[in-house]
Design a protein around this ligand. Structure first.
Ligand SMILES: *Cc1c(COP(=O)(O)O)cnc(C)c1O
Length: 455
């Protein structure tokens, strides 16, 4: 099975590379659609057998049955949730990462890969405005990124409280965030057995310093170990008032975490950079390059202003790891939940190195340009109404006269024809249409064609 010279391996190698080339060259990719388990049972049958079904057959099943049963999240008219639109270069390099058997949890084992990942992290840290000593790690997604940052925040608060006789008994530990914050914040609170306290939104649906102050005072600021602001909420794309939130966090000495999983990428775009004013004061920050920075799944950049605080919270100690943990090296695993890790930042690094950061700024700007076009088109059409002026690249709007069932029927209809994947969302109990535009190949024509289906 491990023989590198077996004829089947050479053949399969060629076929796998040919498939990858073909898939990456499809323009447009088919949207495809999910199938029921019974359909897949019938189409593919039993694939795990004592003798094996051969690589050729498994690849054929993948090509003809399994892949077409998965939505193409990189389709230009896939505008639901948050799409993923990897550059061809980053997707190709993912094959190289898999072929290279790199363990990227430690410097000892993965120095070259970790060094390259850290350069890519540095570009992001510079966009945020974090100091030279800041740093972090690429983790699987925003959920783990947020959890890891919050664990470091609580570890820091506990260490401080332990030194103070009054603080030693703080219970429960609290996190402040708005109800517009991502569900992963509630999930992290659950995992950490912390209490999530909701801060009321201002009239622009943002977290602000004054509202935060009121909530902190109400519950006792000493019980909060973190404040989470969002730089681009997932549902509406709203950027909180980071400057006033940062100021209140600094005043009370509370860890300021910014969740930019979706919207952090906008830092690269000069036309919206001003919305992030104050982000440079954050203690930790995340952004998912697999969302709006054109990397394949799964890739979240987690950064700490002071990486020592992340390390203190996350380093795992075990006899068999002593050789790693006692070395002064930069071990990525020391900065997040999780130990074993693939060099998941490398596909992003490769594409960034190849194309240069200007191309990234231009690609993000291109999606913002299409967003502005969509906004204007919605304004122009009498039966459509914008719900909120987009801060970034999420557009939420209503179709006047439609019931929730009308939205659902419309969404099914354009999906069944393989034309577009746009599922409805809701805000304050109302069903609405939503576009998340993070794919630079999504064009004005795509937007017009989708809006035409709502007439
Ligand atoms: C998507 C998202 C997350 C979760 O990220 P995953 O990569 O899906 O785990 C967290 N926060 C925000 C604002 C998001 O948009």
């Amino acid at each position: 099975m491990h023989s590198k010279n077996a004829p089947e391996i050479a053949q399969i190698g060629e076929a796998v590379l040919a498939y990858a080339q073909w898939r990456l060259g499809l323009d447009p990719v088919p949207l495809d659609h999910a199938r029921r388990p019974e359909e897949l049972d019938a189409l593919a049958g039993r694939t795990i057998t004592p003798e094996g079904i051969t690589g050729a057959r498994a690849l054929e099943l993948f090509t003809e049955v399994l892949a077409p049963s998965c939505l193409s999240v990189d389709h230009p008219r896939y505008l639901s949730f948050i799409p993923c639109a990897p550059t061809p270069a980053s997707a190709m390099f993912d094959l190289v990462v898999g072929a290279s058997s790199v363990y990227a949890g430690s410097w000892l084992e993965g120095a070259g890969a970790v060094w390259a990942e850290n350069q890519a992290l540095r570009w992001i840290a510079d966009l945020v405005g974090l100091p030279a000593e800041s740093g972090g790690v690429f983790v699987p997604g925003g959920t783990i990124g947020n959890l890891s940052a919050l664990v470091a925040a609580r570890h820091t608060a506990r260490a401080r409280a332990a030194a103070d006789p009054e603080g030693a008994s703080v219970r429960p530990w609290r996190i402040a965030a708005t109800f517009g914050a991502h569900s992963s914040i509630a999930s992290a609170s659950e995992v950490m057995d912390a209490e999530l306290v909701g801060v009321p939104l201002d009239e622009g649906l943002r977290l602000t310093g004054p509202n935060l102050r009121t909530v902190l005072e109400e519950h006792g600021p000493g019980t909060f170990f973190a404040v989470v602001a969002t730089s681009g909420t997932t549902n509406l794309g709203i950027v909180d008032d980071l400057a006033s939130v940062a100021e209140v966090c600094r005043e009370y000495g509370i860890w300021f975490h910014v969740d930019g999983a979706y919207g952090g990428a906008g830092l690269a775009a000069p036309s919206v950079r001003h919305r992030y004013a104050g982000i440079e004061h954050c203690d930790s920050f995340i952004v998912d390059p697999h969302k709006w920075l054109f990397a394949p799944f799964d890739c979240c950049a987690l950064l700490y202003r002071d990486p020592a605080l992340g390390r203190a919270a996350h380093t795992q100690h075990a006899a068999y790891l002593d050789v790693l943990t006692e070395a002064p090296d930069w071990n990525p695993s020391d900065y997040s939940v999780g130990l074993t890790r693939r060099a998941r930042g490398l596909p992003f690094w490769f594409s960034l190195a190849m194309h240069g950061t200007d191309a990234y700024a231009a690609a993000v700007e291109r999606t913002l340009e299409v967003t502005r076009f969509a906004t204007e088109e919605i304004r122009r059409r009498p039966d459509l109404e914008l719900v909120h002026e987009p801060d970034l690249s999420v557009v939420v709007f209503r179709r006047l006269g439609w019931s929730p069932a009308d939205y659902a029927a419309w969404s099914d209809r354009i999906m069944d024809g393989g034309f577009a994947f746009v599922v409805p969302t809701s805000h304050e109990g109302e069903t609405l249409a939503r576009f998340a535009i993070v794919n630079p190949t999504t064009s004005e024509d795509d937007i017009t064609a989708i809006l035409d289906t709502m007439a």
